[in-house]
Design a protein. Structure first.
Length: 346
């Protein structure tokens, strides 16, 4: 007798670095011009079109300065998302505030990560501080004990009742971290090669400790549970780099089978045999070289060969044609990545 295949529910998830999505006339970086109305409308149009093409059930977004701008782009997409949140980038009065209270000004200092979803939302949490004991001294900067862009955890529920954790991340970039004063004035000679090396080391240390702190969050979510987890966003490094593997720990599975319980797996590498794995799997181009900085990782519940499997990864798509259309602030400088996941309903 042939086995009757189980029923599956599908889930489209996508990660999108939106390159300084901000309201018009607001200064987000001192050395960059604010968007005028025309610039803003072009960016909202372009972003809305991309969201429409992705048509994902869950959008993990990065580089959002104003939550209102994200909501405008979603409205422009013509799609419906019942829940949209970018903690730290709100443009509304604080909860329980008296009438006439000024709206929050959006993100300050650095852009934030957010989520938009059609699924039922059971819980949302933004992680600001590193776990105890995970802070480090960054040369010239002092203690680094908080995420620059706090990861956002959303616990979602699919129509058949299955819970899924989605963690949106944006780790420190490789851009050298030069010292500057409170007004943004340089305190170092940026033309000095040795100073540049120390500035790059600062960025690496910051990204490394963020990755380690993020690893702790992943362990806490996975250890001893069977709730699927999707971690996606801009890792600012490739899938097999030291910092990315600090988060995923996929390599530990090779010599410790018990590590599967708290490991993450690159969705691109977990695709089913029928998926089309093309040589265009990159999400960023730096000085002419393609790289995969924007990634989707899944827990073993999405690994078809695992005994704890609840589903699988059917396909991963890279939306990156716009990276070859020239620099324009209305477009992102990152490609978007979408994964089609399945979970059993029985």
């Amino acid at each position: 007798m042939q086995d009757i295949p189980p029923n599956y529910a599908t889930l489209f998830v996508a990660t999108c670095n939106l390159l300084n999505l901000a309201n018009p006339h607001r200064v987000y970086y001192e050395n960059q011009d604010a968007y005028d109305e025309r610039d803003y409308e072009r960016k909202i149009d372009w972003t809305g079109e991309r969201f429409h093409a992705l048509n994902a059930d869950v959008l993990a977004v990065q580089e959002v300065w104003d939550e209102n701008a994200l909501k405008a782009a979603i409205a422009r997409s013509g799609l419906r998302y019942d829940f949209v949140s970018v903690p730290g980038a709100e443009n509304t009065p604080p909860p329980a505030s008296p009438p006439g209270t000024p709206a929050r000004p959006g993100a300050q200092g650095t852009p934030r990560v957010g989520i938009a979803t059609r699924l039922q939302v059971d819980h949302v949490r933004s992680f600001v501080d590193f776990p105890p004991g995970f802070g480090v001294e960054v040369p010239g900067l002092g203690p680094h004990t908080r995420f620059e862009r706090p990861p956002l955890l959303a616990t979602l529920r699919m129509k058949h009742g299955q819970q899924v954790h989605v963690l949106t991340v944006h780790l420190k970039s490789k851009r050298p971290k030069f010292l500057q004063d409170a007004h943004g004035n340089a305190l170092e000679d940026r033309e000095d090669r040795k100073v540049g090396a120390m500035a790059s080391l600062r960025s690496l240390v910051m990204r490394g400790v963020e990755a380690a702190a993020l690893r702790c969050i992943v362990i806490d979510l996975l250890q001893g549970t069977n709730t699927p987890l999707v971690v996606m966003g801009d890792f600012n490094d490739d899938p097999h780099s030291v910092t990315t593997q600090l988060v995923a720990a996929t390599s530990e599975v090779a010599y410790d089978k018990a590590a599967r319980d708290v490991a993450l797996f690159n969705a691109y590498e977990m695709q089913g045999e029928s998926a089309l794995k093309k040589d265009v799997a990159y999400s960023h181009i730096h000085q002419g070289f393609p790289a995969v900085l924007d990634q989707i990782f899944v827990s073993e519940e999405f690994v078809a060969t695992s005994r704890r499997s609840l589903g699988d990864v059917r396909r991963v798509d890279y939306f990156n044609d716009h990276l070859h259309e020239g620099r324009d602030r209305s477009r992102s400088d990152h490609g978007f990545v979408r994964a089609l996941l399945r979970l059993r309903t029985d």
